[in-house]
Each structure stands twice: as structure tokens, then as C-alpha cells.
Ligand binder design. Structure first.
Ligand SMILES: [Ca+2]
Length: 182
């Protein structure tokens, strides 16, 4: 009975759509997929705009400081979960931008995790994508990096005018996420 009913419905559909249901189904599905993708990319853009409104936008990046201190790895995962990464200054200007923003957003804080580590190989600093770091801003006055194998994660220190220190990755620090904006 049910199958007979389905069969009849199919014939009705065929009549209604002019007998070309399969092709049109594919067409509709493709259009739906496309719409769905557009909705998702709009959602992503909106999320980024929200981040930018809460943080600061500099050129094609937004920075957002997180006040809740975390271990390096938790901080890194949190940034990724929000659609970004730990902030990674690529030159002096970016370092200064991040420093100024951190100073303004969180004046009581001294140190923030950035996306620089030498966990895998001592002395070989990489970013969150395991690519070698080419710009450094070590606090040479304090002979940083000082930690050797014990300290493999890097903070930007406001008390050292934005210079970098290596620290034990399990230290709880505030951190700054960065988001690339289209
Ligand atoms: Ca150190």
C-alpha cells in the first residue's frame, strides 16, 4: 500500500516537474549547498567582526586579549576554537601594535603568551603552524631566552617594553589571539 502510494507520488512528481526530476534534484541540491556555504561564510565574517569590535583591528588582523590566564597549550587551543591563533608578531611594527593594544586593554597585566615555542627542538623557534620564526624580540638586557629546555613557550612582556621572555609552558598567563580578516 505504502509502496503503491510512493509510486503514484513519483509519477505525480514526474508529471509536475516535466519528467526531469533527477537533474533538477541535483540542481536544487547544488544551489542549497552554495547557499549553505554562503550562510556559513557570513557567520564566520560576523564572528570575526564581533572579535574585531571587542579587540582591535590593525591592517588585516584583529587582536583580542583574553583575561583568563591559561597554560600555553590551553591558550593556543582556545584561540583556535574561536577561529584564530595565538598572536604572532612578524615584525617590530606588529610587535608594537600588540604591545600597545595589550597595554591599553589590560593595563594591570605584565605578560601575555604569543604563538612562539621551541618545544619540539630546543632553540628552534616555530609559530603555531610549526613554521620557523624569523622575527625575534628577545629581552637581551635580561639575557633572554634563559630557560633552556625547561622554558619552551614565549611571552611578550609589557614590563620589558614588549620584549620577549621564554617561560615554562605550564605557567598560567593571559594571552592574545589574532584573527586574519578578509
Ligand atoms: Ca626565560
Amino acid at each position: 500500500m505504502i509502496s503503491k502510494h510512493l509510486h503514484l507520488s513519483f509519477i505525480t512528481l514526474n508529471l509536475f516537474f516535466g519528467g526531469d526530476t533527477v537533474a533538477e534534484d541535483d540542481d536544487v541540491r547544488a544551489q542549497l549547498d552554495k547557499l549553505w556555504q554562503e550562510v556559513n561564510s557570513l557567520k564566520e565574517m560576523q564572528a570575526l567582526q564581533t572579535v574585531c569590535l571587542r579587540g582591535i583591528k590593525v591592517h588585516k588582523k584583529c587582536y583580542l586579549a583574553v583575561e583568563q590566564p591559561k597554560h600555553y597549550h590551553e591558550a593556543n587551543e582556545d584561540c583556535i576554537a574561536q577561529g584564530g591563533t595565538l598572536a604572532t608578531p612578524r615584525n617590530l611594527k606588529e610587535n608594537n601594535d600588540i604591545r600597545e593594544y595589550a597595554k591599553y586593554s589590560s593595563p594591570e597585566s605584565k605578560e601575555f603568551w604569543i604563538g612562539v615555542t621551541d618545544i619540539v627542538k630546543e632553540g628552534q623557534y616555530v609559530d603555531v603552524n610549526s613554521m620557523p620564526i624569523t622575527y625575534f624580540n628577545w629581552d637581551h638586557a635580561k639575557k633572554e631566552p634563559t630557560g633552556g629546555k625547561r622554558e619552551s613557550c614565549v611571552v611578550l612582556s609589557l614590563s620589558a617594553q614588549g620584549k620577549w621572555h621564554d617561560e615554562v609552558c605550564r605557567t598560567q598567563n593571559k594571552y592574545i589571539c589574532e584573527y586574519l580578516i578578509p
